[in-house]
Design a protein around this ligand. Sequence first.
Ligand code: FAD
Ligand code: SF4
Ligand code: SF4
Length: 426
Amino acid sequence: MDMPVQGDTLRQHLIDPEICIRCNTCEATCPIGAITHDDRNYVVKADVCNFCMACVPPCPTGAIDNWRSVPRTAAYPIEAQLLWDELPAELSREELAAGGSEIAAGPAEQAGPAGVLAAAEEPRVQAFSTAQYCATLPPWSAAHPYLNLYSTKNATMATVTGNFRVTEAGTESDTHHIVLDFGAMPFPVLEGQSIGIVPPGTDAAGRPHHARQYSIASPRNGERPGYNNVSLTVKRVTADHQGHPIRGVCSNYLCDLAVGAKVGVVGPFGASFLMPNHPRSHIVMICTGTGSAPMRAMTEWRRRLRAGGKFEGGKLMLFFGARTPQELPYFGPLMNLPRDFIDVNLAFSREPGQPRRYVQDLMRGRAPDLGELLASPDTFVYVCGLKSMEEGVILALRDVAEQRGIDWPSLAGALKREGRLHLETY
Ligand SMILES: Cc1cc2nc3c(=O)[nH]c(=O)nc-3n(C[C@H](O)[C@H](O)[C@H](O)COP(=O)(O)OP(=O)(O)OC[C@H]3O[C@@H](n4cnc5c(N)ncnc54)[C@H](O)[C@@H]3O)c2cc1C
Ligand code: SF4
Ligand code: SF4
């Protein structure tokens, strides 16, 4: 892959020391030895990393998915990164220019999924990066999460108590709903958190497989209320991101598990993609494919609370994208939810005879209602699914807000500061 440089600007790959759990997965994954560590931090060598992205999906915390534009001659050196307690702020265009970056005077740059700089299609949103919009704090009313109770060194074991397909047989997307029971082992979770699954066996080099991360699809009191279990929504990976046939190690292991099998689990992970708990809070959920897992968890928790007479004021609005209804996980149960409980908007991109529709098209189509929610300080927005959806969704939020007469930069700043916009893509 080409170096992600434009003019004299480098999009430098960095690891967030505040989130990293020092699990060594990235260093073990990197095919060219671009990652190193000391007792304190894991760091990426700017002069070695070729942006292949191999390390990003296996990282159980997302700490490794961080990027900063810097003048090419002033990349953060390893020695400095090893001392960091937190990531440096994104440099302003003026700071880039002072460092000799051409990008400051040129067209707006953008970090795409592969970290490659490209001219932005939308001149009003400059230097798009997830970090610019994504909150790192949870909503003020979120419950307090437990984190990292089990690491790869002391994984706990769970028992598979359910495994069934939630996309129609015969479709390309083989997605499974998998229920894991922890028995007597403590594994407290909140909606929006994720867990790591340790697939058995070793890789081609004889090293143990690293853990892969999966969002929790069940609410805090269990897939079955009162049970010590969680559910996952797992898509069987049969092709890599370039479409070449490949058998994904962990997703195939999980999708093929029989009831009664034991599974190694690490985590839980995630301290910010958490739902608000105050009764008047509104939740806007935007997802594709298995990105529906945390949305299912939040919806089900609200449904259980509502059944107990709570949360009547808080609204739920869902934008869910898939290629066809047959490939949309949980399609049947979703359509059975009461319309006065959740406002469901489905976008299908491969419906025969229909124009392609994506979640951002639906968001623009529902601008009056979405705009009303965005105008409320009690609205919390969650985005989960394909990495490529991030920018389109942000641009749609911007357009809807502006149509409502809301100043987008102010709103975007508030959403981030107040833990009200959360992006989790992979
Ligand atoms: C925060 C987070 C949450 C996640 N939540 C979920 C979830 O709820 N459900 C879920 O199914 N997955 C989820 N994932 C993705 C999951 O962690 C694995 O990456 C995925 O299951 C593939 O793992 P594997 O071992 O089967 O493939 P690997 O053996 O790791 O990879 C095989 C090849 O496939 C490519 N690849 C990896 N992932 C994908 C993918 N998703 N689509 C296409 N190609 C891929 C790899 O680059 C590699 O070339 C999440 C990832 C993150 C970072
Ligand atoms: S696996 Fe790679 S070469 Fe590698 S993107 Fe990560 S640190 Fe860079
Ligand atoms: S894989 Fe992620 S959490 Fe693990 S050491 Fe690397 S950056 Fe840190």
